[in-house]
Design a protein around this ligand. Structure first.
Ligand code: HEC
Ligand code: HEC
Length: 469
């Protein structure tokens, strides 16, 4: 007697439904190629340089006015800052505390950072955000009274670095529905040798990996109404997916504004994101955050020699913002082959698109290159509950301890080429696409389970599609 496993039976009828046949994916009906999807950044898309330099190009439609600003901004991003006073007052003012000497140390080739792999390795490209139980005046995270909202493990000479962060890693095993085993690694973090008194007892730590710099201006140019239109915080359509906008403090406007940048959408604009990077990561004061990043208990920091006031002036600072707004998204390498289209269909069928919204049309932006572009970032820029497995348990404005912003998926297939690794998710724990999907939980559990239930061949198609983005 022939016994058919119920799973196989359902997979078979599913294939019949798709009007397909098993093997090599031939004759499976798939979604069509969509107009423009091969140019994820619209007219800004980099069609010239792929490979290792895929993330360093300016928008292809950059104006002659913005082009020199882009390249000057780029040099400020790449070059190391030095302690004050120095012979060059344009590049001094580093610290007193800092995480790295250059933006590019964490975002190498405008790409992605890596987490440390052993307890001895220094932290570069991964930083720890800190807070205590309460909220600040604007509903944002309240920093540790002695260490603030970010740990800086480095300092200029004669000043003690704040503390030493350490990673430890645990292995978790699982199996796909077809019995294939897999292994995930789960990091936890501790902070040792605090130099300015004990850390708060209720300290909350959020590890964050440095992301790639492509297409960020386009995300800023998406109309707020379009993002809010996708939000469904109370899941009124009952699809198990909520999607919540974050509202965060805008220092320039002095009001709460929609958050778009960072892993919890905790920055409203690129200008403020860049300013907080200069301030928090390099210790460079700037027009948005003009005061040194020192706390009351940190007397040596308060008394240290500083650079200019601020360390970077508006003119140069603005160029870095222009630069960060106009880094191009690379074009897709493959988009119309049978296997990529099968992968795309599986991506839609597994409901990945409920959060990774394929395309948007941008609205107006001060940089005209970014205006009215059809783009394919695969994000809704909203917060989603991703379950306990990914939780940092550190609220960030309206984002609770289990919520993360849907990250854009464009360009992710090129990270191994640009950065020689494929670490994904907010803390870089995933070692490639498969592990990133397997970590999805909470609102995304159904999608993850759909992936786990796919035959190996289909999992491969789906991953090949992600690689093509
Ligand atoms: C110590 C490592 C480190 C350094 C140095 C650093 N960054 Fe970052 N960067 C990060 C991390 C981590 C994030 C994610 C932050 C978060 O989620 O809170 C980030 C996020 C960003 C983003 C937002 C990206 C997005 O996808 O939303 C921009 C823009 C950015 N950094 C620019 C800069 C600039 C400009 C500099 C130099 C002034 C800089 N960074 C220096 C680690 C770093
Ligand atoms: C409920 C919303 C939701 C659904 C559904 C969803 N994702 Fe995600 N995805 C997210 C969020 C939020 C993150 C960031 C999580 C983190 O950093 O810890 C993420 C991260 C990722 C990443 C890593 C991106 C990076 O930059 O590190 C990949 C790859 C990814 N998702 C692919 C998929 C695929 C494939 C599916 C369908 C099988 C899917 N996602 C379904 C919300 C979702």
């Amino acid at each position: 007697m022939l016994v058919v496993h119920p799973l196989l039976a359902s997979a078979f009828s599913f294939l019949l439904l798709l009007n397909g046949a098993l093997g090599c994916g031939e004759n499976r009906s798939t979604l069509p190629v969509e107009t423009g999807e091969w140019l994820p950044g619209g007219e800004t898309t980099n069609t010239l340089l792929l490979g290792v330099n895929a993330f360093i190009r300016p928008a292809e439609n950059i104006t002659t006015e913005h082009s020199p600003m882009f390249f000057t901004g780029n040099s400020f991003f790449n070059q190391p800052w030095v302690e004050a006073p120095a012979t060059t007052d344009k590049r001094d003012g580093l610290g007193p505390f800092f995480n790295a000497r250059a933006c590019s140390a964490c975002h190498p080739r405008d790409g992605r950072g890596t987490p440390p792999e052993t307890a001895e390795e220094p932290f570069l490209g991964l930083l720890l955000r800190l807070s205590v139980g309460e909220e600040d005046t604007y509903g944002g995270p309240m920093g540790d009274p002695a260490y603030g909202t970010q740990l800086q493990p480095q300092a200029i000479p004669d000043i003690a670095p704040e503390a030493t962060p350490q990673i430890s890693i645990e292995t978790i095993e699982g199996t796909y529905d077809d019995g294939t085993p897999y292994e995930l690694v789960k990091p936890t973090y501790i902070i040792t040798a605090p130099a300015y008194g004990p850390l708060a007892e209720d300290l909350k730590i959020s590890p964050r990996i440095a992301t790639q710099m492509i297409g960020l201006g386009l995300l800023e140019a998406i109309r707020e109404t379009d993002i809010l239109h996708l939000a469904d915080p109370n899941d009124e359509n009952n699809d198990g997916i909520s999607g919540k906008a974050n509202y965060v403090w805008d220092e320039d406007q002095q009001e709460l504004a929609l958050g778009r940048f960072g892993h919890k959408a905790n920055q409203p604009t690129l200008r403020q994101q860049v300013a907080s990077a200069f301030h928090g990561d390099l210790g460079i004061t700037n027009p948005v955050f003009p005061d040194e990043n020192c706390f009351e208990a940190q007397e040596d920091c308060l008394n240290a020699t500083v650079g200019g006031t601020p360390d970077i002036a508006e003119e140069e600072f603005h160029k870095v913002v222009v630069y960060n707004s106009l880094v191009a998204v690379p074009m897709r390498r493959a988009w119309d082959t049978e296997e990529i289209l099968i992968g795309k269909t599986l991506f839609h069928d597994a409901k990945c698109t409920s959060c990774h919204t394929p395309s948007h049309r941008t609205g107006e932006h001060d940089l005209e290159e970014l205006t009215e572009q059809l783009i394919w970032p695969y994000t809704d820029l909203l917060l989603h509950d991703m379950g306990e497995g990914l939780a940092d348990n550190r609220p960030d404005y309206l984002a609770n301890g289990q919520e993360w912003r849907t990250p854009p998926l464009w360009g992710l297939g090129l990270i191994p080429v640009v950065n020689h690794h494929h670490r994904l998710l907010h803390d870089g724990r995933a070692r490639g696409f498969e592990e990133a999907i397997l970590w999805h939980g909470g609102e995304a559990a159904e999608s993850r389970d759909a992936f786990k239930a796919m035959p190996k061949e289909d999992r491969d198609y789906l991953i090949r599609f992600l690689e093509s983005l």
